[in-house]
Design a protein around this ligand. Sequence first.
Ligand SMILES: [Zn+2]
Length: 262
Amino acid sequence: MIIDTHNHVGLAPLAQSLEVLAQKASAMGVVCGVITAGGVEDFERVRQTAQKLNWGYCVGLHPLYIRENWQADIKALSAFLETHQDDPHLVGIGEIGLDFYVEGLDRDRQEAAFKEELQLALRFNLPVSIHSRRALYRVLALMKEYPTVSGVLHAFAGSLDEMKQAVRRGLYLGMGGAMTFPGSKRVRTAAIQAPFGSLVLETDAPDMPPVFSETKKSSPLDLPRYLSELADLRQEDESVLSKALFMNSLSAFPKLKVLLAK
Ligand SMILES: [Zn+2]
């Protein structure tokens, strides 16, 4: 059984209906996913999609879309969390974080919004799904101020030292499409060196297409191949690894246990 711990299914038009996708996924062992929002405009959409698929969802402000009036967006996020805190599908806050790769973004504003969102994670007792590009050192530094907030470093691509710091901090490392490229040395090194208990699988669908994608899009249906790839890289038994990743996903997003029991 596989869980796609980070994707954006339902936010862009799909080649097939959501129901067909979920059926196909479940037939392939992909039993659940976590749909993450990009901004306030997505919240209702991810909630409805997650409900339809019996998947989980996260709401948050993506660091690429922190607007000038971001404080109003934080208020909207807080109000949404308040309203839906008892929704079993609402499993976390995301995707949130820092992006120092894209030029022209206001770093101070990103950091201020990220801190507010970590505060909300604390208040609503939810894990976070973190986006980080060229900014892991700051993400890890800021997270030190919130030692009890747990979460996943989505699309982990940090150094070996950052990997160790993240693992020590109890964060999970999301492994996806990048891992399938032989040239992704950092990602593959982390995938091989990280302890068993710190890894989770994800697609970021429809983004981060794997090396074998013909459409240049990713899909939760790719996950069985990601699992094989990871087992090959780590030279581990696929079924043993699969069980560990499944349990890690449930520990990363504890509310998924309730959903899977439904
Ligand atoms: Zn994403």
